[in-house]
Design a binder for this molecule. Structure first.
Ligand code: ZN
Ligand code: FE
Length: 249
């Protein structure tokens, strides 16, 4: 099984992703931030879209569903909450499987940013599309869920293999690094942040990341270490999340 991923910028700071199952030639897009940009990328690749996988209902993730479906006939798969934007053809939740040719995506509940947010994990290729749950050095804001729900979701992601390639949906990494450096003096974080600032100055993406890299340096995953004064790990995470929400630097 081989999945080929094409990543491209959409809107102001989103990434679009096309994923092609090499065995069958079938193509999925993960979220639909910008239907026109996705269609241009399909044309550039010479690929035909058959599947839309939504991580959550937000317009910068599902806003292109209707236009892309009308243009390509693709099947929309997503959590029930996506009905707020465009009704999925198939509603999925934790433990479900979605096939793209020979590629098998496991659906993992990663609620918190929105209540129904899901991640799509291809175990054979060790690839995860995490939407707005986990970012490089960051995590999604708690728009709908609470710290306990998000912490549990992040634990499901850190339980994936260390080598897992993590495709997050936004290029927020430089701002995330500035916050991370304000709460964590770890040398690995400092080194990674310098690489990130240099990459962004060269106009290079910092996505994808890996589970190993995030476990080592992401301040939200390291929250219990950073806040030893708070006994409950989810509460420690909540404190770091609140600090980021109020961070001006
Ligand atoms: Zn979102
Ligand atoms: Fe988003």
């Amino acid at each position: 099984m081989t999945l080929t991923v094409r990543q491209f910028p959409c809107l102001s700071d989103n990434y679009g992703f096309l994923a092609r199952d090499e065995a069958s030639g079938l193509v999925a897009c993960i979220d639909t931030p910008d239907a026109a940009a996705i269609q241009r990328e399909l044309e550039a690749a010479g690929w035909t879209l058959s599947l839309i996988l939504n991580t959550h209902w937000h317009p910068d993730h599902a806003g292109g569903n209707a236009e892309l479906k009308a243009a390509t006939g693709a099947t929309i798969v997503g959590p029930a909450e996506v009905s707020r934007i465009a009704p999925p053809d198939r509603v999925v939740g934790d433990g479900d499987t979605v096939m793209l040719g020979e590629t098998r995506f496991e659906v993992i509940d990663t609620g918190g940013h929105t209540l129904g947010h899901v991640t799509y994990f291809d175990a054979a290729d060790e690839i995860a599309f995490v939407g707005d749950t986990l970012f490089a050095l960051g995590c999604g804001r708690l728009f709908e869920g609470d710290a306990a729900q998000m912490w549990a979701s992040l634990q499901r992601l850190t339980a994936l293999p260390d080598a897992t390639t993590v495709y997050c949906a936004h290029e927020y990494t430089a701002a995330n690094a500035r916050f991370a450096l304000s709460v964590d003096a770890d040398p690995a974080l400092k080194a990674r942040s310098e690489e990130i600032f240099a990459a962004r100055e060269r106009g290079e993406p910092t996505v994808p990341t890996t589970i190993a890299l995030e476990k080592a340096t992401n301040p939200f995953l390291r929250a219990p270490l950073l806040r030893p004064d708070i006994a409950d790990p989810a509460a420690a995470f909540g404190a770091v999340r609140a600090a980021k929400d109020g961070f001006a630097g």
